[in-house]
Design a protein around this ligand. Structure first.
Ligand code: BTN
Length: 299
């Protein structure tokens, strides 16, 4: 039973959507005629997302979970030999152990945020993996501007800001197949503060919410469709221009931490791989999307 009193049905490998090639796993709930394939734990919520979703993919919805990224990883472990080649979406109303970048946590209270992880097969983007999070941040800002009257900015690498405070974080994790030792799948985790008002003390100065009535299911569906579409065209790097236009750091003085040392520079451009080109005292250099944290000078 989950907290709403629903019995969580065990997944059964039975129902197949004819439009999908892979064998899929569906909860033991009859699908309505013409309904898209999904695995439901919270049937109605998953149906709501499917109402808006163009992509024909399985959706897993949880009232509460430790982390949708962790759940996606569990799913991968269980099904890695089932040749599931469709993207798979995991969404939760609440996360008890939301994960952020660099080992941080992501505050994920119930009802006021969107917490989603889209697992995709790595083959589609492996050549472009270096700029995946850059591209995803454009997918998210596109969805936000489509649904809300806000002007989201992107702080390198992929934090999304409104009015100089963070509204969304993105955590992409690669899963390596132990047999082939190759990256097999990628989990794209996205957390959006939609209407969260009471942030813990340590976040209240740096985090904010979209602050407008947004349909979480619709936002989730649009972000998912944007990412699935983007993966097909990531090669052309068209998203880089949009990324630059939304950049919060270009033209600004920044500090960055490298090998334990704080350094100053001016952010001057974004390269085709999403790298941040900076002017330092000793010349121009590129920070690649990795374990470097950039701060605006007055942060
Ligand atoms: C960051 O800002 O450091 C990244 C935050 C990513 C949070 C999202 S919420 C959905 C998904 N599940 C997680 O545990 N983390 C990501």
């Amino acid at each position: 039973m989950n907290q709403n009193g629903y019995k969580i049905p065990p997944p059964i490998p039975a129902i197949r959507n004819t439009s999908l090639k892979s064998p899929l796993f569906c909860a033991n709930i009859p699908l309505k005629a013409g309904e898209k394939m999904a695995q439901y734990t919270e049937l109605e919520n998953a149906r709501e997302i499917l109402k808006y979703l163009k992509a024909d993919i399985p959706v897993f919805y949880y009232d509460t979970i430790d982390s949708t990224n962790i759940q996606a990883k569990r799913f991968y472990e269980k099904h890695k030999n089932d040749s599931i080649d469709t993207p798979t979406l995991f969404v939760a109303d609440h996360q008890s152990k939301g994960k952020g970048r660099l080992g941080r946590s992501f505050y994920s209270p119930s009802r006021t945020g969107l917490y989603m992880s889209l697992m995709i097969k790595a083959d589609s983007v492996i050549e472009n993996i270096v700029c995946l999070t850059t591209a995803v941040s454009v997918c998210v800002t596109d969805a936000l501007t489509q649904l809300c009257d806000i002007d989201p900015k992107i702080k390198w690498v992929n934090d999304i800001y409104v009015n100089d405070k963070k509204v969304c974080g993105i955590l992409c994790e690669a899963l390596t197949n132990p047999d082939s030792q190759k990256i097999d799948a990628i989990i794209i985790g996205i957390g959006v503060n939609i209407d969260t008002k009471d942030f813990p003390k340590e976040l209240s100065d740096i985090a904010t919410s979209v602050g407008q009535a947004v349909n979480r299911n619709e936002l989730c569906a649009i972000i998912t469709d944007n990412i699935i579409d983007m993966c097909k065209t990531i090669d052309d790097r068209k998203f880089i221009e949009k990324y630059k236009a939304r950049s919060l750091v270009l033209g600004k003085e920044i500090t960055y931490f490298e090998n334990g040392v704080t350094k100053s520079a001016t952010a001057i451009d974004i390269d085709n791989n999403g790298g941040l080109i900076i002017q330092t005292e000793s010349g121009i250099k590129t920070l690649s999307t990795g374990e470097i944290t950039v701060r605006l000078k007055n942060d």
